[in-house]
Design a protein. Structure first.
Length: 192
């Protein structure tokens, strides 16, 4: 479940840049880890006087809206105690990754267990180039530190992470319940 929580603080982000982001990551990572989550991404943007700090967190089993609210409060307190964002105001936005996040690390694949994914294959020569644009679509059956097992057209196949490009979760829609669609000859609850 993707969620987000916004917290406005009376402090301001320094000009965004890799050094600032790395400093913020170093400050926030222990707080997020203590809550049993992973800090996935930190992004600082500035538009005029407006400063926005976007933080993405994730965990095995997902992140609930209550988790997002709790981590938002803790991160805000951490930032304010360290005066990490400067003196002017800033907005802290905490969210979980959406289904559009590419699966690039073993933990991403593990957290998508049971999901249908589409993933480009890399060439067997070890160069890392995608081979002829070939893409495999399958359901994640299992993962470990070195490989992922997919159900591809009813066949279980194992792929090393080195053989895969970034995976993409496919959105699946549940079929409509046939009983919910009343036909012309059937009466609805109001008798018509």
């Amino acid at each position: 479940m993707q969620g987000s929580s916004r917290h406005v603080s009376p402090r301001s982000a320094p000009r965004s840049g890799s050094a600032d982001a790395e400093r913020i990551v170093g400050l926030l990572e222990p707080t997020v880890a203590a809550m049993g989550m992973d800090l996935e991404n930190v992004r600082i943007t500035t538009a005029g006087r407006r400063r926005l700090l976007r933080v993405v967190v994730d965990a095995d089993g997902g992140v609930s809206l209550d988790d997002i609210a709790l981590v938002s409060r803790e991160l805000s307190a951490t930032l304010d105690r360290a005066a990490a964002m400067g003196e002017a105001s800033y907005t802290l936005e905490v969210s979980s990754p959406g289904v559009d996040r590419p699966l690039t690390e073993p933990k991403h694949w593990r957290r998508a267990l049971g999901r249908l994914v589409s993933v480009p294959l890399r060439s067997a020569n070890g160069a890392g180039a995608v081979a002829d644009g070939q893409t495999v679509t399958g359901r994640i059956l299992g993962t470990d530190d070195h490989a992922v097992r997919l159900d591809v057209a009813g066949e279980s196949r194992e792929f090393s992470y080195a053989d895969l490009g970034p995976g993409n979760i496919q959105i699946e829609f549940a079929p409509l319940d046939d009983g919910a669609d009343l036909g012309a000859d059937e009466e609805g609850p109001d008798g018509h």
